[in-house]
Design a protein around this ligand. Structure first.
Ligand SMILES: Nc1ncnc2c1ncn2[C@@H]1O[C@H](COP(=O)(O)OP(=O)(O)OP(=O)(O)O)[C@@H](O)[C@H]1O
Length: 285
């Protein structure tokens, strides 16, 4: 066993080392990108099985010169890559979306200008709070909220304050659940969100738990208006932040209006690409 390994090392030149290094960096980047996504378990499981299988197969092919088997394995490899593209389509889409938002590409007209929605959201929340109407609005940022959109009723309308106030009015059929805002538009209402755990010592109901849950699973920003107290809160990264009314406009502008959006804008582009599939645990300041 020692001899073939020795032969292998002796036959390697600097070009092979460069190729191995590039492959290692590529595999590391893919694994980091996929870490803590819903496909991470599949990658780990399938990855170990496939690597073992291919290593043994390649050794046998080289040893016994099994060219036909080699061709079959090439087909299997191509099919596997195609299958992985299908399985990780949401993650790839998110990566491409980040690419579109990269400032360096804006001169190509790749990145779209999004309308500022913080003003409309502030006015909506203040009005709901004043009328003691409960509200829950999820604002999609980089991670797609498509699975949650599909649990509700599709709307696709401009972000209109009267429409939001109407949706959350407790006599309307769509008032139960969350509204989802995507790219500056109201995309769906009455959406069901995953429930999270409230902070220790804070008594909260389902609306706040749903906001914490989604903000823990995705990078969405959640705006919550309490029906009981009129209190306005934001949820991000699994944390709930009670926001005084006079601070709401400033906080929403900081989080949503691109030039001053602190956490996301300051993070380097490649860092964001690599972290796209992961949950952030940064506490809200
Ligand atoms: N999984 C969920 N996803 C989205 N919305 C939900 C979910 N569960 C409950 N809700 C919303 O929360 C409402 C009930 O809120 P509840 O009174 O339990 O919460 P709360 O956090 O105490 O809010 P409030 O302070 O407004 O009373 C429901 O009518 C529904 O609109």
């Amino acid at each position: 066993m020692g001899k073939p390994v020795q032969v292998l090392f002796d036959s390697m030149d600097s070009r092979d080392l460069i190729e191995i290094a590039i492959l290692a960096v590529g595999i590391y980047a893919v694994l980091r990108f996929l870490r803590r996504t819903r496909g991470a378990g599949i990658v780990r499981g399938l990855g170990i099985v496939f690597c073992g299988f291919f290593l043994v197969a390649q050794l046998l092919i080289a040893r016994f010169d099994l060219t036909e088997l080699g061709k079959v394995l090439d087909y299997i490899l191509a099919t596997t890559v195609f299958g992985l593209l299908v399985i990780f389509q949401p993650e790839l889409r998110r990566g491409l979306m980040l690419l579109g938002q990269y400032r360096g590409l804006q001169f190509l007209g790749v990145a779209d200008e999004l309308p500022s929605i913080s003003k409309s959201l502030t006015d909506t929340a203040l009005a709901l709070s004043k009328d003691r109407v409960g509200g829950l609005i999820a604002v999609q940022r980089e991670q797609s909220l498509q699975p949650y959109i599909e649990t509700g009723e599709r709307i696709d309308s401009e972000l209109s304050i009267p429409l939001l106030r109407t949706i959350f009015h407790d006599q309307t059929p769509l008032h139960d659940g969350a509204v989802i805002v995507q790219r500056g538009r109201i995309i769906a209402a009455a959406c069901q969100l995953p429930l999270g755990n409230p902070p220790v010592g804070l008594r909260t109901g389902m609306r706040h738990r749903a906001a914490i849950g989604l903000s823990d699973e995705t990078d969405a920003l959640l705006l919550i208006v309490s029906e009981e107290s009129g209190r306005i809160s934001l949820a991000m990264h699994g944390q709930l932040e009670i926001v005084p009314r006079d601070q709401l406009a400033k906080r929403l502008a900081e989080e949503l209006d691109a030039p001053s959006a602190p956490a996301e804008a300051k993070r380097s582009y490649w860092n964001r690409i690599l972290r796209a599939g992961r949950k952030s645990v940064t506490p809200v300041s």
